[in-house]
Design a protein around this ligand. Structure first.
Ligand code: PLP
Length: 465
């Protein structure tokens, strides 16, 4: 079979999927038993599955379809580029127009003083680039001992050996011999889960100072960089206390280490700016990008590099690193068209003035539910905690994530894609969502939470640990 023409019955697709397709982050046998949901088309913020059922996509795919599905302009940009020059590399002293135009455009959009871009095919690859680039930078500065990268528990930086090592997901480290050497982790600024009786701002300072302690323990002569997401995504949409980032910036300056902001989720409008670093006062040396840079229509990632770092790397002889698909011309052409749409259609203003305030309002309303706490959003990122006891901020007596999983399934049944991370429920909707769609999202989420609450009571899961 060379093509699945318009298309096979769902059960046959599921059988072929189970027989031949190994899924990421999935228990293969468990999925085969159940059958995958098969998504066949999408428009705007709405997905359609192989049985014709529609879902409001509260996750923008995987945090990436910022401008929504079904934009012909991106299809046209890809087709035009494929006809003109479908592929060429940027090794061996060559370049091409989409790479040049995209690098220049990103330099315009990036924070002051960040005018250089190294391209990759994904966020994971870009973070692998970052590991090699910061170590190479320090070697070129005559400090080859500065190799350690400090990251955070419960961070997500991708799934390659480098990316997953930087990430702080213990389930990922438990498989495949991770982390790689010279990556260490400090605590996350997750006040709700870990702040206890502390004031949130004091907790933010305390968690930032774990970086200072770690650097002093290792010696600044050993530490190359600190990497973190401005707002943690896959870890559960964790919005740090305001005190956190300025303190991190102070420590990086005083101890002389580079700061990498992984903006794979936060970039390209999700927080209402081109980059979250600006509003949060991060002033990074490198910004990791992927996901929203193409709104997911093509795979593309990269590192936007501060001039002072790029100057040293560019002068240090050959940087022995790159990918066949670095600056892939079709992906770059699609990225340019996506950035044009975000700019010309006022997507950032829509997020700031319309969508994010409305989401904040409706999302906070979910906090009125007796099983919901910590319902907070930042831009078009929102998270809430399911708990049997709000006053105690207590987890369920059940296995972590058991109730969250029920809730995710109830969301699907009610026509909403909402993700669970343990017993936190999270959304990251397309940025172009209308207020009416945000109302639908919140209404369906409420219904799903109500149903989850009943099921949890029935199954005896509704008690505090
Ligand atoms: C998704 C993600 C990555 C990894 O990107 P891939 O394109 O999946 O490799 C890295 N960092 C963050 C913050 C992410 O959310």
């Amino acid at each position: 079979m060379t093509q699945i023409a318009n298309h096979l019955p769902t059960a046959e697709l599921q059988a072929l999927d189970a027989a031949h397709h190994m899924h990421p982050f999935t228990h293969g046998d468990a999925l085969a038993e159940k059958g995958a949901r098969i998504i066949t088309r999408a428009r705007g913020a709405v997905l359609t599955d192989s049985d014709g059922k529609e879902y409001l996509d509260g996750m923008a795919g995987l945090w990436c379809v910022n401008i929504g599905y079904g934009r012909d302009e991106l299809a046209e940009a890809a087709a035009r580029q494929m006809r003109e020059l479908p592929y060429y590399n940027t090794f061996f002293q060559t370049s091409h127009v989409p790479a040049i135009a995209l690098a220049a455009r990103l330099a315009e959009l990036a924070p002051e003083g960040m005018n250089h871009v190294f391209f990759a095919g994904s966020g994971s690859e870009a973070n692998d680039t970052n590991i090699r680039m910061v170590r190479h930078y320090w070697a070129a500065m005559g400090k080859p001992g500065k190799t350690v990268i400090v990251a955070r528990h419960n961070a997500y930086h991708g799934s390659t050996m480098g990316g997953a090592s930087l990430g702080g997901m213990s389930a990922m480290h438990a498989q495949g011999g991770l982390p790689i050497p010279d990556v260490v982790h400090i605590g996350q600024p997750f006040w709700y889960g870990e702040g206890g009786d502390m004031d949130p701002q004091e907790f933010g300072i305390m968690r930032a100072r774990e970086l200072e302690t770690k650097i002093d323990e290792l010696g600044a002569g050993r530490v190359a960089a600190f990497i973190a997401e401005p707002i943690q995504g896959a870890g559960g949409v964790i919005i740090p206390p305001e005190s956190y980032w300025p303190e991190i910036r102070r420590i990086c300056d005083e101890r002389g280490i580079l700061l990498i902001a992984d903006e794979v989720i936060c970039g390209f409008g999700r927080t209402g700016d081109w980059f979250a670093s600006t509003a949060l006062g991060i002033r990074p040396d490198i910004i990791t990008i992927a996901k929203g840079v193409t709104s997911g229509y093509q795979p593309l990632g990269g590192s936007i590099v501060r001039d002072s770092v790029a100057r040293v790397v560019n002068a240090a002889g050959e940087f022995n690193h790159g990918y066949t698909y670095s600056a892939h011309p079709v992906a770059a052409a699609v990225a340019l068209e996506n950035l044009r749409i975000i700019d010309e259609e006022g997507v950032l203003a829509h997020v700031r003035d319309v969508a994010a305030p409305h989401l904040a309002d409706r999302w906070a309303g979910l906090g009125a539910h007796p099983m919901v706490d910590d319902a907070r959003s930042y831009g078009m990122l929102a998270g809430l905690q399911l708990t049997p006891d709000k006053a105690a901020r207590a987890p369920f007596a059940a296995e972590a994530g058991a109730v969250g999983l029920i809730c995710r399934e109830r969301c699907f049944e009610n026509g909403l894609v909402m993700r669970h991370v343990g017993d936190r429920m999270i959304v990251s909707p397309p940025l172009i969502m209308s207020p009416a769609e945000i109302d639908t999202l919140a209404d369906r989420a409420w219904t799903a939470i109500e149903e989850t609450c009943s099921i949890a009571r029935e199954r005896g899961l509704f008690s505090a640990a």
